[in-house]
Ligand binder design. Structure first.
Ligand SMILES: [Zn+2]
Length: 577
């Protein structure tokens, strides 16, 4: 079994540490600090030369002077809010990857405190006044504002409005409950314990509703579903429920029609051979790290961690620690899927314009829908292509010493990842039925926030909903309404991002195919460079210079529609031999 503490037992690590400590003797250290020569004469103190900024920092737009002094003030305030946010993110990454159990309580306190502070700084009256004055300057002297500064000011205003009516107490409680919820979820899932889950979910929903209602005050929205829309906008800025409804009902009709055809077609084909080997966790981790390197993930600014926690996207461009659950030693495809998904998020985060706009609102990602588009593009669109398995298959045969096993052939791996079968479980769902899982959760969370569904009635509504959509019944709560961590960590309004992101990924990919020649050929040789470059240039580098709708229109020449996703399903599941 692999050691829990590889660092302590690893001999070469100890050797490195020893030579590190030996490198400088104490007297070397002293003589470097003390301004005396060996003869005892005082040397002129050698001051370090002024810190040389690297080229990126020198021209950083974050610090570049602007004729509007109010905007300069705002840039510094938002830099500090961004820094606090990065500290919260980093504390959260550490919570998931390295924190000793005994630090749990104090860490919750630290994260909640900082979340409150950053909220107070952001939602202050001074910020409101500065934004107003900067806007006046922008209208008076439009030539002095380039598109990045204009977009940055606009994003500042949106962030301010998003927070201004929410009581800091609520934000503190939200941060606390979200981190506590991660632990609660593990416990109720392990014990299939609906009774404890019920009380916690009720508390979380009450809090979310209170926050949402405050946000509606700022937007002057009073529709019954306005609170849910306000929560959704935290993840998908500017999204409108009407547009989400239109996309979902379109996909509902098309996929209900397509699903039986796919299942019928697959019935006529030879079944996939199930994986039957042993795939040690340390080799899986090695494989997954290698795949991340292949897609271009930068390990100087990130890493991959197996934590037992549900995967969670996030981190900062300078510290992108990807989190996946513990590997299943009977099926390496599970951890590979999570790695590719989180890797897609990671490429986006690392590709943001950090040197120019680090911490500024315009330098951030566009929220969960675009995030999920990047994750699903790598995980599902590319990571389930036959060409990808043609690249992977011979390598994993060698890695797991499983030569000549037909189950490890590219054809079989492709088949395993493209079988369509209704199951109650979202995370192991295939690419086609995945939509119905998201559709169910979106409907239920909207009703919970709108007060039309009571928490006590959730299990029944869940079971009915999944049966109605996919004809399957969960065995218990753990593969039913307790399976996802999202509601336990307060992510109400996140689920639609998966479907919007999937449709967006398909639309981006359709365009990418027009602009990059022979993508399967590149993938067969493990050459992801042109793909990563395309994503960097078209999406990641852009931060928030464009709103999501404009980005999709700009890249693909059309607004977000369902047709690219439907075409992709047709190609992969109905046309391909
Ligand atoms: Zn994701």
């Amino acid at each position: 079994m692999a050691s829990k503490f590889p660092f302590l037992l690893n001999f070469s690590f100890l050797k490195t540490m020893r030579s590190f400590f030996k490198k400088e003797t104490w007297s070397d250290v002293i003589s470097n600090v003390m301004p005396f020569s060996k003869s005892g004469k005082k040397k002129p103190l050698e001051l370090p030369s002024p810190r040389t900024l690297n080229a990126d920092e020198e021209i950083s737009k974050q610090y570049q002077n602007h004729s509007c002094s109010n905007y300069m003030d705002l840039k510094m305030r938002f830099r500090d809010v961004g820094r606090m946010n990065a500290i919260v993110e980093t504390l959260g990454r550490d919570f998931l990857t390295a924190m000793p159990e005994g630090a749990y309580k104090s860490r919750l306190g630290q994260i909640s405190f900082l979340s409150r502070r950053l909220h107070e700084d952001l939602a202050s009256q001074e910020v409101a006044t500065l934004i107003e004055k900067a806007n006046t300057h922008l209208h008076k002297f439009p030539d002095e504002w380039d598109e990045w500064d204009t977009a940055n000011l606009h994003e500042m205003e949106i962030m301010y409005r998003h927070h201004c009516k929410v009581d800091p107490e609520l934000m503190e409680k939200k941060a606390h409950l979200s981190y506590e919820g991660r632990r609660r979820h593990r416990a109720v899932l392990r014990d299939n314990d609906w009774e404890s889950a019920k009380g916690f979910l009720q508390e979380m929903i009450d809090l979310q509703r209170e926050i949402a209602e405050s946000k509606c005050l700022a937007d002057n929205e009073h529709d019954t579903d306005a609170p849910y829309q306000a929560l959704m906008r935290e993840y998908i800025p500017g999204a409108r429920l009407d547009d989400v409804d239109a996309l979902f009902s379109d996909l509902n009709v098309k996929l209900k029609n397509m699903l039986p055809q796919i299942i019928e077609k697959q019935k006529t084909e030879a079944p996939a051979i199930p994986l039957s080997g042993e795939y040690p966790a340390d080799l899986q981790l090695w494989l997954n790290k290698s795949l991340l390197k292949v897609i271009g993930f930068d390990f100087d600014r990130g890493g991959l961690y197996e934590t037992g926690h549900n995967p969670v996207e996030g981190g900062t461009p300078d510290d992108t620690r990807l989190v996946i659950k513990t590997s299943n030693e009977g099926n390496f495809l599970e951890s590979m899927k999570s790695t590719l998904h989180e890797g897609g998020h990671g490429l986006y985060i690392q590709g943001l314009p950090r040197t120019q706009w680090r911490y500024q609102p315009v330098g951030q990602d566009l929220g969960a829908a675009v995030q999920e588009s990047q994750a699903l593009l790598i995980e599902m669109l590319l990571g389930r292509k036959k060409a990808f398995f043609e690249y992977v298959s011979p390598r994993i045969e060698g890695l797991f010493q499983d030569f000549g096993d037909q189950g490890m052939s590219a054809d079989n791996l492709y088949k395993l990842k493209t079988r369509v079968k209704a199951t109650p479980d979202r995370k192991s769902a295939d690419e086609v039925t995945y939509f119905f899982h998201v559709d169910l959760r979106t409907k239920l969370e909207r009703e919970l926030i709108g007060g039309r569904l009571k928490v006590k009635d959730l299990p029944e509504a869940w079971n009915e909903g999944i049966y109605e959509r996919l004809g399957v019944k969960p065995k218990g709560y753990a593969d039913g309404c307790l399976q996802d961590v999202h509601w336990f960590v307060g992510k109400f309004g996140y689920f639609p991002s998966y479907t919007i992101g999937h449709a967006m990924a398909a639309q981006f990919y359709a365009q990418m195919r027009k602009e990059i020649q022979n993508i399967p050929g590149l993938m067969r040789t493990g050459d992801f460079v042109p793909i990563k470059r395309w994503l960097n240039e078209k999406i990641h580098d852009k931060g928030r210079i464009l709103r999501t709708d404009d980005l999709v229109q700009d890249i693909t020449g059309s607004s977000l529609q369902s047709h690219a996703l439907i075409n992709h399903f047709e190609d992969r599941y109905l046309t391909a031999a």
